[in-house]
Design a protein around this ligand. Sequence first.
Ligand code: ADP
Ligand code: ASP
Ligand code: MG
Length: 413
Amino acid sequence: MPTLVMKFGGTSVATLDRIKRAAKRVGLEVANGYDVIAIVSAMSGKTNELVGWVNETSPIYDAREYDAVVSSGENVTAGLMAMTLQEMSIPARSWQGWQVPLLTSPIHSAARIQQIPTENILAKFAQGMRVAVVAGFQGISPEGRITTLGRGGSDTTAVAFAAAFLADRCDIYTDVDGVYTTDPRVAENARKLDKISFEEMLELASLGAKVLQTRSVELAMRFKVKLRVLSSFDEPSENAGTLVCHEEEIMESNVVSGIAFSRDEAKITLVSVADRPGIAAAIFGHLSDAGVNVDMIIQNIAEDGRTDMTFSCPTEQVSRAEKALQAGGPENHVNFQQLIADTSVAKISAVGIGMRSQSGVAAKMFKTLSDEGINIKVIATSEIKISVLIDRKYMELAVQALHDAFELEKPHS
Ligand code: ADP
Ligand code: ASP
Ligand code: MG
């Protein structure tokens, strides 16, 4: 029988009623003739609660125990979903990551999926089971410890299963009815896209649009998984949601297709570092050794052999970055006069494959922000995106202004 992967995010399984609603949706696909792999998230808010408990118990925790705790939310949903399906007379059972087993790297809280053997689940399908309910977000390391795939990781579990089982489709059920031109909670006139290219979705996700975890988009692109985002609250329909697909399948071509933002950004400036060969290598080498994810970098013009170096990283990594740069003395090779950390910035990005062939997007973006009186602190560009760092208090204003300036509420052709 053909296989379908259906993933239900936290809000779609937030209560027993919603689990029933999701189970009914699964039942429809079973009636359509599919064997279903249902990937479930923890009930809405559960993972945050678990992370809170970990932080309260142990500020510098053992990452293996962090994973043991935060993976547990998904186990509850998986069991409840399997029971709900059984109540509907649909043969189903739950699978935790280690039971599949979903094999991952040993990088706790950010593990990578290495392999999903299909035998166990296929054997059950062969015996008449119609739904394998799999706890998302979790796997097992080579050492036999529970791992998790990073926040939002159930999306990646879903796409990886779709690839491993050669599923007809991977449907991601969430609390919005598709991918929008920007977060519909921030811009009221955000427009749902019927299709979006893998490349653009990848940029939007990595620049903060949390509707899909970045890694899930990468996997779908690599393994040619037919990926759809849709709402678990709407009535079922054939063409619902947004299809994430190859560029060639899209007729509509906006220069900018979406605006992404991320509030959890920080800007660090090292004042007066020596301007000599090897200094950037030393600074960013220390940061990389400390596991700091540096994003944007600028180096100011040097005067008297000294220069300022500015970079951005996630807010939660600021103290780690400070420690890495301050530790050392002369063998550290980095001496600076002062380290200034600004933890109240946000990153706003415009994304679109049309930027490859059309100029003027950056100029329009900067003009729009300046008309709103918003100061740009750092700029970074790539082939299909422009990102700026601004004061966090202007984030919503900037998103709306850019959405309006690029007329994203209207389809273009
Ligand atoms: P789930 O719990 O189902 O995984 P998430 O909260 O992780 O759901 O992702 C869905 C949320 O992503 C939406 O509620 C929305 O606020 C947010 N979001 C951000 N950017 C976008 C976008 N461009 N299109 C749609 N949703 C977006
Ligand atoms: N429950 C996990 C989280 O909240 C994984 C997921 O829902 O995708 O991050
Ligand atoms: Mg999510």
